[in-house]
Design a protein around this ligand. Structure first.
Ligand code: HEC
Ligand code: HEC
Ligand code: HEC
Length: 425
């Protein structure tokens, strides 16, 4: 009799721990999916507890605060059922029925699979510590404070469709498409927005998808990478894309602007297969008709003028004195350390904001598991006047094969004031 009890108890223990193990696996998978979705980037205030919300997101509608998504029952989402959680993440409806603003990228997250949603829910309920902290209330002016208005926005603009795999494509391409269109919400920055702030496309059915745009003035490059020598990153191979997403640097480029956070919090945590799938998928997208093709032959003129160092313009002189030591006279830098300035999206973008910001404030690569060293570029705000920075930026934007517009002293002055303002807060 006793031995039956003992074996029953042992059995109960066994199933108990087996269940717990399943649970643990699901939570761990959910943690990885939260990384793929970069939930932490928006749902944490600078320096605040992860997922406790309170980050101010500046949008065309006004400032929207992200919410506390820890499982705290009062201030967080502890009281959300699995289906309420899914409705919030995939369809933009809060548990109380109110509509979320699309600062939360639910038009992309609508493509997350049921299976991934289950793991994500398990993680947020059981893998995240509750934080008892209210996030600031979002209070937009009329008419945007009328959340019901989002019903119309959703009806007109939000795809909110589920992911549809392409039967003719490989599993790997489909995995890449799933990550890019859905969890990665890459289009929320890399696809231009239309008149209603909606992304012009949410999948590859239109060549506006991932064709690039601007984010608070910083140029966001096209990710349409099919080919070898066309515009944008067509010259990058799969490994170059993988390196960039894993380490924030590759043989051509180093990351700057808001992409730095995407790499630091999300893509540097992606496993090798998922990174590869994204790269393989991006290499299937041909450049958009709107993308300018690079001039066929590089001009060697700039490099030889700089090397000869005779009758230099102000911009050329400032370049040699301040930049040439790292980025060299040919603008090619050094693989994985000093990025190329010849052809870089931040240099040739329609808007010079990213370039001017980099010159004034400097830049640093993120430290990631695969690329732990931080490569630093000093800021030149204290060394160069507005006139010198404008001449330098104008020179760099037209040097080598670059063919972008002139920069004025006034533009530099505005960005300098903006940076000084940001630093004093
Ligand atoms: C680009 C920024 C951004 C990202 C990335 C993001 N969110 Fe959000 N999320 C928001 C904002 C902003 C709100 C609040 C919107 C509002 O008040 O209408 C929100 C609201 C929510 C809500 C509703 C909570 C409530 O009761 O108000 C949930 C749940 C949520 N997000 C979960 C997630 C999860 C899970 C992820 C990752 C898969 C994620 N979010 C990624 C910006 C983001
Ligand atoms: C929050 C906005 C944002 C999101 C989301 C985002 N990106 Fe970016 N991305 C940028 C910006 C800005 C740059 C330009 C970086 C620079 O100037 O150095 C960039 C640059 C890149 C580049 C380098 C291209 C080049 O020409 O140098 C690649 C590759 C890239 N992103 C891939 C992705 C992928 C894949 C995703 C989705 C998993 C993604 N990005 C999501 C903003 C974003
Ligand atoms: C001491 C070496 C050094 C000097 C001097 C230097 N840079 Fe850099 N630069 C770097 C490094 C390292 C990076 C990569 C950091 C990053 O963007 O992650 C970089 C990045 C850049 C970028 C790319 C930013 C992006 O978002 O992709 C531009 C543009 C740039 N530098 C322009 C300049 C100009 C113009 C000068 C002269 C005023 C200059 N640099 C001087 C080392 C240097």
């Amino acid at each position: 009799m006793k031995s039956i009890f003992a074996s029953l108890a042992a059995l109960a223990c066994l199933t108990g721990s087996a269940l717990a193990q399943d649970d643990q696996d699901l939570i761990a998978r959910g943690a990885y999916i939260a990384r793929l979705g970069d939930c932490v980037a928006c749902h944490s205030a600078p320096g605040g507890t992860p997922y406790a919300g309170g980050r101010a997101i500046v949008s065309d509608l006004g400032t929207i605060f992200s919410t506390n998504i820890t499982p705290d029952p009062k201030n967080g989402i502890g009281a959300y059922t699995e289906s309420q959680f899914s409705d919030a993440v995939r369809h933009g409806t809060r548990a109380d029925g109110a509509h979320l603003y699309p600062a939360m990228p639910y038009p992309s997250y609508g493509k997350i699979s049921d299976e991934d949603m289950r793991a994500l829910y398990a993680y947020f309920m059981k893998g995240v510590q509750p934080v008892d902290q209210a996030s600031p209330r979002t209070d937009l002016g009329f008419p945007f404070n009328q959340r019901w208005g989002m019903i119309f926005w959703n009806a007109v603009f939000s795809s909110s469709t589920t992911f549809s795999a392409d039967d003719k494509a490989s599993d790997m391409v489909n995995r890449g498409a799933y990550l890019v269109e859905g969890l990665g919400h890459c289009g929320s920055c890399h696809t231009e927005r239309g008149f209603g702030m909606q992304e012009k496309a949410y999948n590859a059915s239109s060549d506006a998808f991932l064709a690039g745009g601007e984010l608070n003035g910083w140029p966001v490059p096209s990710l349409r990478a099919k080919g070898e020598t066309g515009p944008g990153i067509t010259g990058w191979n799969e490994q170059d894309i993988v390196d960039y997403l894993a380490e924030g640097r590759n043989r051509f480029a180093a990351v700057g602007g808001e992409m730095k956070d995407v790499i630091a919090h999300s893509s540097s945590y992606m496993n090798e297969q998922d990174l590869r799938a994204i790269a393989v998928y991006l290499k299937t997208l041909p450049p958009a008709a709107s993308e300018k093709t690079k001039p066929a032959s590089a001009s060697t003129d700039t490099a030889s003028r700089l090397a000869a160092a005779k009758n230099l313009t102000l911009g050329e002189r400032v370049y040699i004195d301040n930049c040439g030591a790292c980025h060299f006279v040919d603008g090619k830098g050094g693989a994985k350390i000093f990025p190329e300035l010849d052809g870089a999206s931040v240099v040739t973008g329609k808007s010079p904001v990213g370039l001017i910001t980099t010159i004034l404030a400097g830049a640093a690569t993120p430290s990631t598991p695969k690329g732990p060293s931080v490569n630093l570029m000093p800021g030149f705000a204290n060394r160069l006047s507005n006139e010198e920075v404008a001449a330098l930026a104008t020179f760099v934007r037209g040097a080598w094969t670059n063919d972008a517009g002139v920069v004025s002293d006034k533009e530099v002055g505005e960005i300098r004031a903006h940076l000084a303002d940001g630093a004093s807060h």
